[in-house]
Design a protein around this ligand. Structure first.
Ligand code: IMP
Ligand code: MG
Length: 198
């Protein structure tokens, strides 16, 4: 049987890259107090690590959205806001922190919504950029890694709400097998020499 997954980005690779992004943001926003906006739930793991690497009086806020219909391509990215930001972002320097940008449809809709609230500036920081899948053109100021067109899980990214707690990112070679048996990844995870098991 073919391998069910491969390790795409290890915990150390992620840690190193997150530190670099934190340093970059700290230097770009020196003298300012940006608001990091995270889209629940996937982006929350990256946000938690990233914002501890930012040496500024940074604030965080969260949004939760739900796609209409069967995913972003079917809905054209139109989403319903299930939980809005607590803070008014008018006049603020906003950085939207995402786990992964795929077609970009969801994020471009969200950016238009946030832009209407007249922040002083708005930029995007994503850990993974599945750039080959992009439909909606987006300017991404900060990106962790370019991501191949594969189904990925771990470090916030889920499959049926599972695997968000993995400290690394896996590319699932056979998503059909995982859909049929959510435990199919367990032996693979147990063979990795990190505290990665579920
Ligand atoms: P899009 O950019 O509008 O296509 O949607 C991006 C969203 O799709 C992300 O925030 C994730 O929730 C989800 N997503 C895209 N690719 C993956 C993946 O490979 N694994 C898990 N979730 C994904
Ligand atoms: Mg997401």
């Amino acid at each position: 049987m073919p391998q069910i997954a491969i390790v795409l980005f290890g915990a150390e690779d992620i840690r190193g890259r997150v530190e670099e992004l934190g340093r970059q943001i700290s230097s770009d926003y020196a003298g300012r107090a940006p608001v990091l906006v995270s889209v629940l739930k996937g982006g929350s793991v990256f946000l938690a690590d990233l914002f501890r690497q930012i040496d500024l009086p940074v604030r965080v806020d969260f949004m939760s959205i739900s796609a209409y219909g069967a995913g972003s391509e079917a809905s054209g990215g139109v989403v319903r806001i299930m939980k809005d930001l607590d803070q008014d972002i008018g006049g603020e320097h906003v950085i939207v922190v995402e786990d992964i940008i795929d077609t970009g449809l969801t994020l471009s809709y969200l950016l238009a919504t946030l832009q209407a609230r007249q922040p002083a500036s708005i930029e995007v920081c994503t850990l993974l950029d599945k750039s080959v899948r992009r439909i909606a053109p987006l300017e991404i100021r900060y990106r962790g890694f370019d991501c191949p067109d594969r189904y990925v899980v771990g470090y916030g990214l889920d499959h049926g709400e599972r695997f968000r707690n993995l400290p690394l990112i896996l590319a699932v070679e056979d998503p059909g097998r995982l859909a049929a048996d959510p435990d199919a990844l367990v032996p693979f995870l147990e063979a990795i020499p990190t505290p990665a098991a579920q």
